[in-house]
Design a protein around this ligand. Structure first.
Ligand SMILES: NC(=O)c1ccc[n+]([C@@H]2O[C@H](COP(=O)([O-])OP(=O)(O)OC[C@H]3O[C@@H](n4cnc5c(N)ncnc54)[C@H](OP(=O)(O)O)[C@@H]3O)[C@@H](O)[C@H]2O)c1
Length: 393
């Protein structure tokens, strides 16, 4: 009888699965589908699609592109099912039943707060030979996934992280607008809580090479996104910088319902002061961070409050017309990623004895606004729900 382990070896093929087909998932899948040596691509939807004929993904904006020829899976009634009549490409026999067919590489582009629930639907198809690339804002997600999705370190897939600064927004169920060209460095995921998982000669690990190489090659060659493979140290550095930017700009634009550039308007000097106060706390947390590996990264210099303040302002001035997805989420009464931005920094600070009252206040304000929007003015229900949500932070 074949063990799960031997099954993996026999079924290895350069197929990339993508879950979370919002604006980021669409531009990434579209870019991969544009490669001359295109890998097999499976798009995974967490619900039934209303789609007739062959599914295509459209990107407009700084370039225009329509791609089709994907395999498509939908999750309903507790099972992954294939949408017939899609790619038309020959599939390995192991792919006959999508609910059980193994996944070598999975790109996750759902919002941070849905990561656990989406991975719970596919965890039986992932093994220690698989690689997951997380394309999300925020931090603290991997620790949650370790704890509640893959608690056994021996069976855990490899994790990679991509830090995406391409600006995108959704224009339809299967279409996205690429509003600004950024970049998408990616690499092995650093683990703040587990130094042993962060270090080592990961690029020499045969299991990882076998599972991740096709995805690494495909992404590195894909057009329009500025993707590049970077070291684990660089991933951590870039992740922390992006965390500081998002922890300031996202909640403030959501609370003030404005574009990023408005935060620096000369008529509102108090907002600048608020940003400085938030960044002083963020700087204290980031400078005190126990690093999981030897690195030349100078936390004191890189994350000094002044440095962070200039970095956030430079980012905002580059994209003054941008609004944040947190603003849109709050507007719709949807759950935001705040627990993985300011919430993560507050929790980290608490572990090191550093208080972040300004960030905490801002986070509570976002949670309150999000809940009151969701319950449409029912203040009593919103406040009870918000208290429940805020508790673990
Ligand atoms: N947009 C940007 O410019 C940008 C830039 C940098 C980083 N990011 C980060 O990238 C991540 C993705 O952002 P986005 O803008 O692509 O978000 P998005 O447009 O909201 O897309 C998220 C996608 O995930 C799907 N989804 C939700 N729950 C799911 C579940 N349980 N299972 C499977 N799919 C599920 C959603 O499906 P539905 O169709 O049902 O909604 C949606 O298609 C976020 O962490 C964001 O902060 C975004």
């Amino acid at each position: 009888m074949q063990t799960k382990e031997t099954q993996w070896v026999h079924t290895m093929s350069p197929r990339i699965h993508i879950i979370g087909l919002g604006s980021v998932g669409v531009i990434v899948a579209n870019a991969l589908a544009s490669l001359r040596q295109r890998p097999d691509l499976t798009l995974m939807f967490h619900r039934r699609l209303s789609c007739e004929g062959q599914l295509s993904l459209t990107v407009n904006g700084i370039y225009n592109n329509v791609r089709s020829g994907f395999d498509v899976e939908e999750f309903h009634d507790g099972h992954w099912k294939r949408l017939p009549g899609q790619s038309g490409r020959r599939r390995p026999s192991s792919y006959d039943d999508p609910h059980v067919s193994p996944i070598d590489t999975l790109i996750v582009a759902v919002k941070a707060n849905y990561t656990r629930s989406v991975l719970n639907t596919v965890k039986h198809r992932l093994s220690r030979n698989s690689t997951i690339l997380f394309l999300q804002n925020g931090m603290g997600i991997l620790e949650e996934v370790d704890e509640s999705v893959f608690p056994d370190p021996e069976q855990r897939p490899h994790y990679m992280i991509g830090i995406n600064t391409n600006g995108t927004s959704r224009t339809g169920q299967l279409s996205a607008h690429h509003t600004s060209l950024g970049e998408m460095p990616f690499g092995m995921a650093p683990r703040l809580s587990s130094p042993e998982l962060s270090h080592g000669q990961w690029h020499q690990d045969p299991r990882l090479i076998r599972s991740a190489r096709p995805m690494i090659d495909a992404l590195s060659n894909s057009p329009n996104l500025n993707v590049r493979l970077v070291s684990v140290e660089d991933v951590l550095h870039l992740q922390l910088k992006k965390l500081a930017i998002n922890a300031v700009l996202n909640p403030l634009t959501a609370l003030l319902e404005c574009k990023i550039g408005m935060l620096y308007s000369s008529q509102q000097p108090w907002i600048r002061r608020l940003i400085e106060l938030m960044l002083e706390e963020i700087s204290a947390v980031l400078r005190a961070l126990p690093l999981p590996f030897q690195t030349s990264l100078d936390l004191e210099a890189e994350f000094a409050a002044k440095q962070l303040t200039s970095m956030v302002e430079a980012f905002a001035r580059r994209l003054p017309q941008h609004s944040s997805s947190m603003m849109q989420d709050v507007g719709k009464g949807s759950e935001t990623e705040i627990a993985y931005l300011n919430g993560f920094l507050i929790r980290l600070g608490m572990q090191m004895g550093i208080n972040c009252p300004v960030n905490n206040y801002i986070m509570q304000a976002v949670l309150e606004k999000q809940e009151s929007q969701r319950y449409g003015g029912d203040k009593q229900r919103a406040s009870t729900h918000q208290q429940r949500k805020a508790q673990p932070l």
